[in-house]
Design a protein around this ligand. Structure first.
Ligand code: ADP
Ligand code: MG
Length: 342
């Protein structure tokens, strides 16, 4: 008979890491989302060698009290939800309490944090799943997470890391998508010691549009329509590209549900339908759209990486999106001459 036995905790974490931590950009996603959840106004991301050597995320958020530092890195430990009811209403980016445990099981990991109202910062290090005792450190209010030598103890994953440039491009894309989600937060990204991207906090519409231009290309604002429409408990805002802003690839499509970038079938279908009459076949629309709705109306606990959501009222959401976008685009159709007949 085969023997059934419980898995050691380190292995459990490595298996969990396998679901969420695919490459360096996945680490950046988890860490920056934590910084956002901590209320950071400024987030710095420093990368070395495409993230294979170092990923460091620093924020000025609320920090972690010394007593809870170790718990932060434990699996299934979170400050964000405490009950099933909380899960149904979740408004934070995180809630699974698994990211730090996962990351620290597949890299050399350090977390330094100074909590709001606390005089001293503390640092803990985890190497190959083994945690050292917290010790005092220097840090302003907020947290820094350092992830070195990602996958050093998971050779199969390490082998699949692509060229430094490719991995960094993934990180840059990810950071752009997070920066679009939170216009009021300043983001800085550097690679091998050189600043690559500085996105200042956008406090008004003009600044917000500058950030959109930085991500979507400088022509996009002039080639797009502002959307802002609410009905039936749904609010859609953002910018949809005119047919002239369409692309040969679907690489400039950002759709956020309650601040979270998602890829969703229902959304994709509604958008495609709305553009059906105004786009040539094979062209892809460019857009940055934000859908806000009561968190109860959307399940974010569908996939570990949370790229997917499930709407409780799919039909309602679909029709609202389609109508809002179709009406906006219909105006351009009436006024434009550069469009295909029909
Ligand atoms: P989750 O985000 O799902 O709660 P994580 O493993 O990502 O799980 O983080 C565990 C906990 O550690 C969080 O709930 C939060 O309390 C704390 N934490 C992590 N990163 C930060 C940060 N940058 N600032 C403040 N607290 C943090
Ligand atoms: Mg998290």
């Amino acid at each position: 008979m085969p023997v059934i036995r419980p898995l050691p905790p380190e292995l459990i974490n490595q298996i969990a890491a396998g679901e969420v931590i695919e490459r360096p950009s996945s680490v950046v996603k988890e860490l920056v989302e934590n910084s956002l959840d901590a209320g950071a106004t400024r987030i710095e991301v420093d990368i070395e060698q495409g993230g294979a050597r170092l990923i460091r995320v620093r924020d000025d958020g609320c920090g972690i009290v010394p007593d809870e530092l170790q718990l932060a890195v434990a699996s299934h430990a979170t400050s964000k939800i405490g009950s099933f009811d909380d899960l149904e209403h979740v408004a934070s980016m995180g809630f699974r309490g698994e990211a730090l445990a996962s990351v620290s099981s597949v890299a050399r990991f350090a977390l330094t944090s100074r909590a709001q109202g606390v005089d001293t910062a503390f640092r803990i290090e985890v190497d190959g799943g083994k945690m050292q005792a917290a010790r005092p450190a220097q840090h302003p209010q907020g947290s820094s997470v350092e992830v070195r030598d990602l996958f050093y103890n998971v050779p199969a994953r390490r082998k699949f890391l692509r060229a430094e440039r490719t991995e960094f491009a993934h990180i840059d894309d990810l950071l752009k998508s997070l920066a679009l989600a939170r216009g009021s937060v300043e983001f800085r990204l550097s690679h091998n010691g050189k600043p690559v991207r500085i996105l200042k906090a956008a406090r008004d519409e003009t600044a917000a549009l500058l950030r959109v231009a930085e991500v979507m290309g400088e022509d996009f604002p002039a080639q797009s329509l502002r959307i802002d429409h609410a009905a039936a408990g749904l609010h859609l805002s953002g910018w949809v590209g005119l047919p002239t802003a369409s692309r040969s690839q679907a690489d400039s499509q950002y759709f956020y549900v309650n601040g979270r970038l998602v890829r969703d079938r229902v959304v994709a279908h509604a958008v495609r339908q709305a553009y059906a009459d105004v786009l040539f076949h094979g062209r892809h629309p460019a857009f940055v759209l934000y859908l806000e709705l009561d968190p109860v109306g959307v399940d974010v606990n569908v996939h570990p990486a949370k790229h997917e959501v499930r709407f409780r009222e799919q039909r309602l959401v679909h029709d609202f999106l389609f109508r809002t976008l179709h009406e906006a685009l219909a105006q351009t159709r009436a006024g434009s001459t550069a469009l295909p007949a029909g």
